[in-house]
Design a protein around this ligand. Structure first.
Ligand code: SF4
Length: 140
């Protein structure tokens, strides 16, 4: 169970947020603003909606920055078949039962969702950190 990041707990669900993985796709704040609100502290108010609804929005998060564990300890079932979705800007969104082995070595990272860097500019490899946008803006 991947519990990296900060935990936001209600009696029914714990939401984990790893800010280093967030690419600001905003699926969370658009999908359930009563729970995910950047102007509130804490910005995740897990009690403000039924747990299944919160979990459904978390599963939309393309980067895997958001994850959850329900009170009965069940969590997300990885999607099958595994899918890789390529975007014109180079990002690669991956969903499935994934084991990511970092170039630097070490333990494989087990995730169900990730957005991967394909341009090599990310400072959080292998994950996308939106740095490709800098390249596009500067024309390099
Ligand atoms: S959906 Fe995921 S990547 Fe997008 S803003 Fe929310 S936490 Fe960040």
């Amino acid at each position: 169970m991947d519990t990296r990041g900060k935990a936001y707990t209600s009696p029914e669900i714990t939401v984990y947020f790893d800010g280093t993985r967030c690419i600001h796709a905003a699926e969370c704040v658009r999908g359930l603003p009563s729970v995910f609100d950047r102007d509130k502290r804490p910005w995740v108010q897990a009690s403000n909606a039924p747990a299944e609804q919160v979990a459904g929005i978390v599963r939309r998060c393309p980067s895997g920055a958001l994850r959850y564990v329900l009170a009965d300890q069940t969590t997300e079932t990885p999607e099958t078949p595994t899918t890789l979705r390529q975007f014109a800007d180079g990002r690669l969104e991956v969903r499935g039962d994934l084991r990511i082995i970092p170039a630097a070595g070490g333990e494989a990272i087990q995730v169900a969702r990730a957005t991967l860097c394909t341009c090599g500019l990310s400072r959080n490899l292998p994950f996308c950190d939106n740095r490709h946008q800098t390249r596009t803006e500067s024309g390099s």
